[in-house]
Design a protein around this ligand. Structure first.
Ligand code: PAF
Length: 257
């Protein structure tokens, strides 16, 4: 049965108990509003570890826009049902005051990759992500931590963070889960109107098409997307677009045509 912890001190005393010796621990950090993408991470962790820990924390330090933070979808009961159904052992739901007892005086920064792509438009975003992920890795002390490739830049930064700080957790990349129309699953999809959701399907299709970057930008703009960027780096094509207030990101390995 899944056990839920709201109190970090209680969690830490359990985590420090000897019962954990010889058991592999998998961590799936999330901001809640779980969908099939998160479910695939949880299933993989449950299959590969003796114990799986899910964290649910809407991390304010990674949001530059307070509206975006307020609008972030919250579905706690459904999330707990999914945790139970996928046989997650522990769910941590910490409070801001416990995670940021220092009120965010201490933070992690990176000076290259975090300034590109999403980092150009979202000042401080990756500092917030890396800081909270480091805290969660320290709190759970997992052997394996699972992250989706949809957030490819985040994944690379977390891998770099683990390496730079000699963290004994394997950072495991998991494939992007898409709906039948190819749209990458994201909690933000729930904020789209039905018409926007239909239109959003054109984004992965164009991003992964045999077109030049200017052609992709032109076609997305004509359809009504506002394009933050389409760029290629290390044989991967990355894109971020907006439909109204909702920002969508995606990426694909560049194909040989
Ligand atoms: O990808 C996410 O949901 C978040 O950025 C993460 C890794 C849970 C940190 O808050």
């Amino acid at each position: 049965m899944t056990q839920v912890f709201n109190d970090l001190a209680e969690w830490q005393s359990l985590r420090n108990a000897t019962v954990w010796i010889d058991k592999t621990i998998g961590l799936v950090p999330t901001m809640g509003n779980l969908h099939a993408g998160h479910k695939s991470l949880l299933q993989r962790s449950v299959a590969e570890n003796a114990i799986t820990v899910l964290t649910i924390f809407v991390n304010p330090t990674q949001f530059s826009d307070p509206l975006d933070l307020n609008n972030y979808p919250k579905t706690l009961q459904e999330d707990l049902n999914l945790a139970e159904a996928t046989k997650v052992d522990y769910v941590l739901i910490p409070q801001y005051k416990d995670i940021y007892a220092d009120d965010y005086r201490y933070k992690i920064c990176e000076n290259e990759l975090s300034k590109q792509l999403c980092g150009k438009q979202r000042a401080g975003h990756f500092e917030g992500v890396m800081t909270v992920v480091l805290k969660l890795l320290m709190l759970v002390k997992a052997h394996n931590a699972y992250f989706g490739e949809k957030d490819f830049q985040q994944l690379q930064l977390i891998k770099g963070l683990a390496q730079a700080f000699f963290i004994d957790t394997n950072i495991i990349a998991c494939p992007t889960i898409r709906n039948e129309q190819g749209l990458a699953l994201s909690s933000r999809n729930n904020l789209l109107t039905p018409a926007q959701l239909k239109l959003a399907q054109a984004f992965p299709k164009l991003l992964n098409a045999n077109l030049t970057i200017p052609q992709i930008i032109q076609q997305l703009t004509q359809l009504g997307f506002s394009v933050d960027y389409i760029e290629e780096h290390s044989a991967r094509r990355f894109g971020a677009v907006r439909l109204g207030a909702v920002r969508l990101i995606d990426n694909f390995a560049v194909r040989e045509w």
